[in-house]
Design a protein around this ligand. Structure first.
Ligand code: HEM
Length: 550
C-alpha cells in the first residue's frame, strides 16, 4: 500500500456548523458559512464579466468542495431557489426587504415560463401547421423578450442554477412547440445569449439536464414536507412522479455514498479488521441498492405508460439529425462557442449510479461499441462539482481498487498470500482460479453488491421495455401515434388508467417481449441519443461481468 495515499478523505463534512446565515441563502434554511454554497462562487472559467475571480480550493478535497451533502447526497440539502425574482413561489419572502432586488429583472423569464407551464401546450407534432394558436403567440413573446445581462447572477451558484433551469425549460418549450415538418428550429437571441452564457459559467450544455429536471426541480409541500415538482411540461401527476422517483432514488443512495466512503477509509488501512468491516459495508450496500431498485419499481404506480411515452417524453428530446437547433445571435458574443453537446436529459446523468460503478470496478468502455462512451459523455451534463467528485473517486480507485483488493484478500485467505503476481491486471485474477473460495464472506459481500446493481439495471431494462419499447411497437402496428388533438390532451390531465405496481414484469421478461421486432427496437433511440436496447443491455452485461465467478 502506498502510505502517502490519503484515504478517500470524505464525501461528507461532519464538522459543519448549522446556524449562521449568509446573505445569499434562504432564510428558512440558513446555510452555514463553511458550506460550499456559502463560499464565493468558484467560477472555473476566467469570465471577463465576472466580478468574482475566486477559484475554489480543491486541495482539501472535502465534501463541500464537491457539493455532496451528508444528508442529501447529490441533491441539494435545501430546496432550490424556486424563483429568480423572489416574487411569489417558495422564495417569495426574499423579495420583501429588497435583498433579491437585483434579480427582479429576471421575472421576465419566470413569467414566460409560468405561461408555458400553465398553458397546457401541445407538441409541434399535434399543432401541425395551425397558425395563431396559443403556443405560437407565446413563441412570439419569447422572441420579444429583452436580452438580459447575466452579471447579477454570477456571484451566486444557486441563482445561476435557477437561471439554467428556467432558460433550459423555456428552450425545450420553444423547440418542441415548433412545427415538426421542418429540418431546423431557430432559437431566438433572448434565449440563446443568456442561456449560452449561463451554461458557460456552469460548465453545462445549454439544454435540460438531469440536474434541471430532478436535482434542482423540487420543493417541499408545506402541509407535510413531502417532495413536490417545481417545473413540468404537462402538469400531470405522471410527469411529477417520473422526476420524483429519480429524486427519491438519489435520496436512498445517500446511504450508499456513506458506505462507499466508509469502505474506502477502511481500504486505506486494509488489515483484517478492515476486511471484516468492508464485508459488512458491502452487504449493507447491496441492501441499499436493492431499495433503489424497489423505488424504481414504484414508477409503475404513479407514471402512466402511455402518458409518458406520448406526451411527456417528446419534450425531453435533444437535437437530432432530423431537426437541427440553430442558436441565433451567438455571433453577437465572440466568447461563445457553438454548443456541441445537445443530447436530451437522461438519468444516465445521475452521479450516483456512476459512483457505484466506479467504486465497484464496473467498466463500460469498449473500442467496438460506439455507445460505450455514452456514460462518460453523460458526465459532461452533470454539475461540475459532481463531475469532479467522480474524477476524484476514479483517481482513488485507480490507486487502490476495491475489486483488486477483494481478489487479493480472497487469495491471501486461501494461503497464497503475498504473491507479487496478484494484481488486478494479471490473468491469475480471473475468477476461474481455484484460489477463490465462494464461501469467503468478503467475496460474497462484494458479489452481492455487484449483483444488486446488476438487478437494478435488469429492472431498469424492464422499465424501458414497458415505457418506450412497448408503446413504440404499439404505435407502429396500430398507427395510433398521430395527434390526439387538444381535446385529447385534456384527457391526460385525468391521466387515464394507471398501471399498478403489480404489473411490473419479472426479470428476463423484457427479453421475451422484445425478441420479435429486433430491427425496430434497434432503431429506437434514448433521449440521450443511444440505441437504447443495445446500450442498456451492454451496460447491464458489463455489470454482470464484474461479479467474481468461482
Ligand atoms: C419511465 C422511466 C424511465 C425510462 C423510460 C428510462 C429510459 C432510459 C433510457 C432510454 C436510457 C438510455 C440512455 C438515453 O439515451 O437516455 C436510460 C438510461 C439510464 N437510466 Fe433511465 N429511464 C427511466 C427511469 C430511470 C430512473 C428512475 C433511473 C434512476 C435514477 C434511471 C437511471 C438510468 C441510468 C443510470 C441510465 C444509464 C444506463 C445505466 O447506467 O444503466 N432511469 N434510461
Amino acid at each position: 500500500m502506498d502510505a502517502s495515499t490519503p484515504p478517500m478523505d470524505s464525501f461528507t463534512d461532519n464538522n459543519t456548523p448549522t446556524t449562521t446565515t449568509s446573505s445569499m441563502n434562504n432564510t428558512l434554511f440558513p446555510l452555514p458559512p463553511t458550506h460550499f454554497l456559502s463560499q464565493p462562487r468558484p467560477s472555473g472559467i476566467a469570465s471577463p464579466s465576472s466580478s468574482n475571480r475566486v477559484v475554489v480550493d480543491t486541495t482539501t478535497l472535502a465534501a463541500h468542495d464537491f457539493d455532496v451533502d451528508p444528508r442529501t447526497g447529490f441533491m441539494p440539502p435545501h430546496p432550490p431557489i424556486a424563483r429568480l425574482g423572489g416574487v411569489g413561489g417558495e422564495n417569495g419572502a426574499h423579495g420583501e426587504n429588497g435583498e433579491y432586488g437585483k434579480y427582479g429583472m429576471y421575472e421576465a423569464w419566470e413569467g414566460i415560463l409560468d405561461e408555458a407551464c400553465a398553458g397546457a401546450f401541445r407538441l409541434g407534432r399535434d399543432i401541425g401547421t395551425e397558425t395563431g394558436g396559443k403556443e405560437e403567440r407565446w413563441r412570439g413573446r419569447v422572441r420579444e423578450l429583452p436580452i438580459l445581462c447575466i452579471t447579477p447572477l454570477l456571484d451566486s451558484e444557486p441563482h445561476l442554477r435557477r437561471a439554467h433551469h428556467v432558460l433550459a425549460w423555456i428552450l425545450h418549450f420553444y423547440i418542441h412547440t415548433h412545427e415538426s415538418g421542418t429540418e431546423e428550429v431557430r432559437i431566438p437571441p433572448p434565449i440563446t445569449l443568456p442561456l449560452l452564457r449561463v451554461s458557460r459559467e456552469m460548465h453545462l450544455p445549454p439544454l435540460l439536464t438531469y440536474s434541471d429536471d430532478v436535482l434542482y426541480n423540487w420543493g417541499l409541500n408545506p402541509q407535510n414536507s413531502s417532495l413536490r415538482t417545481l417545473t413540468s411540461f404537462t402538469s400531470t401527476a405522471s410527469e411529477s412522479h417520473f422526476y420524483l422517483t429519480s429524486a427519491r432514488i438519489e435520496l436512498i443512495g445517500v446511504r450508499a455514498l456513506g458506505l462507499m466512503q466508509d469502505s474506502l477509509d477502511e481500504l486505506f488501512v486494509g488489515d483484517d479488521i478492515a476486511r471484516t468491516r468492508i464485508t459488512g459495508f458491502l452487504g449493507e450496500l447491496a441492501g441499499v441498492v436493492g431499495e433503489m431498485e424497489g423505488e424504481l419499481g414504484r414508477m409503475y404506480g404513479g407514471c402512466d405508460v402511455w402518458v409518458f411515452y406520448q406526451y411527456i417524453r417528446p419534450w425531453f428530446q435533444g437535437e437530432s439529425e432530423e431537426k437541427r437547433w440553430v442558436f441565433e445571435g451567438i455571433e453577437m458574443d465572440p466568447e461563445l462557442e457553438y454548443p456541441k453537446e445537445l443530447g436530451g436529459p437522461s438519468a444516465g446523468q445521475s452521479s450516483l449510479i456512476h459512483a457505484l460503478d466506479i467504486f465497484l470496478g464496473v467498466h463500460h468502455t469498449s473500442d467496438t461499441d460506439p455507445d460505450s462512451s455514452f456514460l462518460s459523455r453523460m458526465q459532461l451534463y452533470m454539475p461540475r462539482h459532481h463531475r469532479n467528485f467522480l474524477s476524484h473517486l476514479r483517481e482513488q480507485s485507480r490507486r487502490r481498487s476495491l475489486r483488486a483488493w477483494v481478489l487479493e484478500s480472497v487469495a491471501n485467505a486461501e494461503g497464497e498470500a503475498n504473491t507479487p503476481l496478484l494484481n488486478a491486471n494479471t490473468p491469475l485474477l480471473n475468477a476461474n482460479t481455484p484460489l477463490l473460495n465462494a464461501n469467503t464472506p468478503l467475496l460474497s459481500a462484494y458479489n452481492s453488491a455487484v449483483t444488486a446493481l446488476k438487478k437494478f439495471r435488469d429492472a431498469h431494462i424492464v422499465l424501458v421495455a414497458r415505457y418506450i419499447i412497448g408503446p413504440a411497437a404499439r404505435v407502429k402496428t396500430r398507427g395510433d401515434s398521430q395527434s390526439l388533438g387538444e381535446g385529447s390532451y385534456s384527457k391526460i390531465k385525468g391521466e387515464g388508467e394507471m398501471k399498478g405496481e403489480g404489473e411490473a414484469k419479472e426479470e428476463g421478461e423484457d427479453e421475451e417481449e422484445t425478441k420479435g421486432e429486433e430491427k425496430d427496437r434497434e432503431a429506437l433511440k434514448g433521449t440521450g441519443g443511444t440505441h437504447l436496447a443495445r446500450f442498456l443491455k451492454s451496460v447491464r452485461d458489463n455489470t454482470r461481468d464484474a461479479v467474481i465467478q468461482i
